[in-house]
Structures are given as structure tokens and as C-alpha cells.
Design a protein around this ligand. Structure first.
Ligand code: MG
Length: 249
């Protein structure tokens, strides 16, 4: 890769800028540990009630679908305490089952926003990733993020990171609305949206399937090697990095 080899850096988050364990060891436990108190203290909030209604709707659909452990929630007949108890039990059950259902994600996202904005949560960043972002930015290269977490969650992680607010370095965010991360078409869509030929974009990720998809779409690629990432087979022919300061150029 030469000094003028790319104009844009497209970054994955988990396993790339951020430890792969962050979501499962920090973000999910934050929700699991604080959801009871959160619901107890904010039950009357309009936004909390909107999420409660979505969870109740989902719970009743689960009962109708015959899911064994599902418990219905009757917003009209149940008492407020009863609804809160059932909602809490429902959330705990869904999280234990690692369900990726919209109603659960909605409440989680709201709690994370609260956690980041109040300083209880900070987006974990590898220091070399932050340094490299700063240098890329200074040298006129634009940085974009592509992660399976929602754009809203991405902005929280970078906006409230353990290295401060990094959003000024970032020109844009993509989530799976642009397509799945293992599909080449998603990377073509991103290149088109940025307005560059794919070969002018360097994509960095820990996931070999994402790297293959991006390479197929003609992006330049780099495998992020970080502690705890899944091992990459020795015959994968793509370049690798343990320190992003080595790929500045
Ligand atoms: Mg990743």
C-alpha cells in the first residue's frame, strides 16, 4: 500500500476499534444489572412507556405463537405493578435467550443512551485506533464506520468513548440497513454512497467473511488482529495489523 493508496478508511467496531468483548461484557450486563432499577425509577417516562407497550405487544404475540415460556401482558387489565413485574421478567427471559427482537432492542438502546449520557458507560477504544483516527483525519483521509450495531449505538460509542468525543473524526456511519456485513453488495453500496471507487477505500475488520466480501467488492482490506478475536487461518492471504499506527502511510 503506497502513501496515496486510499482516501477513505472504513472501520468495523467490535474486534477492530473496540475489544470484541465490549458488547457482551459491558453493554449487555449494564442492561441486565440496571433494568429493574431503571424501570422502577423511570416507569412514568413517556419513552419508557412506549417501550413497555412494544414489549407487551411482543409478549402477547409470543403467547399467541405458542412459545412455551411466554407470559402475556394485559396493559388494560393488569395493575401497574403487575405489568412492571411481567415486563421485567420478560426482558430477563429475552436477554437470557439472547433474542434479537425489536421490542427488546428498543429498550436496550434507550438504556444505553441514558448510560452513555450520564457517564456510566464509556465506549472502549484501542489507543492505537484512536491515534490512527486522529492522524487519518489530520491527513485529510475521511473515516466511516460500518457495524452491525445501530447507527444510534455507534454514535454513542464514539461520542462517549474512553478517549473522549471522537465524532469529529468520523464522516459517516453505516449499519446493516445498507446490507449485511458479509455481502459484497453492501460494500459496493457504501462506496457508491461515499462517492468513491471501491479501490480508494480501505476496510479494516476482524471478521474474515467481512474481509472477503469487501475484497470481492474491490475494496482494499486489512484484518484487525486483537486479543480475544477469532483466529484467522494462516492461509488467508490478506494483510493483518495488530497496531493501526503501522498502516497510516
Ligand atoms: Mg468486528
Amino acid at each position: 500500500m503506497d502513501a496515496t493508496g486510499y482516501d477513505v478508511v472504513l472501520l468495523d467496531i467490535e474486534g477492530t476499534t473496540t475489544p470484541i468483548s465490549f458488547v457482551h461484557e459491558v453493554l449487555f450486563p449494564y442492561v441486565a444489572d440496571s433494568v429493574a432499577e431503571f424501570l422502577a425509577t423511570r416507569w412514568a417516562d413517556e419513552e419508557v412507556q412506549t417501550h413497555v407497550q412494544a414489549i407487551a405487544r411482543q409478549a402477547n404475540e409470543d403467547v399467541a405463537a405458542g412459545i412455551a415460556s411466554a407470559v402475556g401482558i394485559d396493559l388494560d387489565a393488569d395493575s401497574s405493578d403487575e405489568i412492571r413485574r411481567k415486563v421485567l421478567a420478560n426482558i430477563e427471559w429475552q436477554m437470557k435467550a439472547d433474542r434479537k427482537i425489536g421490542a427488546l432492542k428498543g429498550l436496550q438502546g434507550y438504556m444505553w443512551r441514558f448510560g452513555f449520557e450520564s457517564g456510566q458507560l464509556k465506549g472502549a477504544m484501542y489507543p492505537d485506533a484512536v491515534q490512527a483516527m486522529k492522524r487519518w483525519h489530520e491527513s485529510g483521509k475521511r473515516i466511516f464506520i460500518y457495524s452491525s450495531g445501530s447507527v444510534e449505538a455507534q454514535k454513542l460509542i464514539f461520542g462517549f468513548s474512553d478517549h473522549g468525543d471522537l465524532q469529529d473524526y468520523i464522516s459517516g456511519y453505516y449499519d446493516t440497513k445498507v446490507g449485511p456485513k458479509t455481502s459484497a453488495a453492501s460494500y459496493s453500496n457504501i462506496a457508491q454512497d461515499i462517492g468513491l471507487h471501491p479501490t480508494r477505500i480501505l476496510f479494516i475488520s476482524d471478521n474474515i467473511l467481512e474481509i472477503q466480501a469487501a475484497a470481492l467488492a474491490e475494496l482494499q482490506v486489512r484484518i484487525s488482529v486483537r486479543p480475544g478475536n477469532a483466529a484467522i487461518s494462516a492461509d488467508a492471504q490478506y494483510p493483518r495489523s495488530t497496531d493501526f499506527m503501522t498502516i497510516l502511510l
